[in-house]
Design a binder for this molecule. Structure first.
Ligand SMILES: [Zn+2]
Length: 60
């Protein structure tokens, strides 16, 4: 079950940070994604993995 890692990613086109769900591999680096601001496919760089969301939010 890969392909569903929530990450913060920054668009190289408009520098906006967005939450995306990507594969394990993509979460380690960069991936291409359609940016709604740029309205085209842009490279996105992963800035942080949101592991908290991944686990469904248990309180410790
Ligand atoms: Zn963009």
């Amino acid at each position: 079950m890969s392909g569903d890692v929530p990450v913060d990613a920054v668009c190289t086109g408009c520098s906006q940070t967005r939450v995306k769900r990507v594969s394990e591999e993509e979460a380690e680096g960069s991936f291409r994604h359609v940016c709604h601001v740029c309205q085209s496919v842009q490279w996105m760089n992963t800035v942080a993995r949101l592991s908290g969301l991944e686990q469904g939010g248990d309180g410790e």
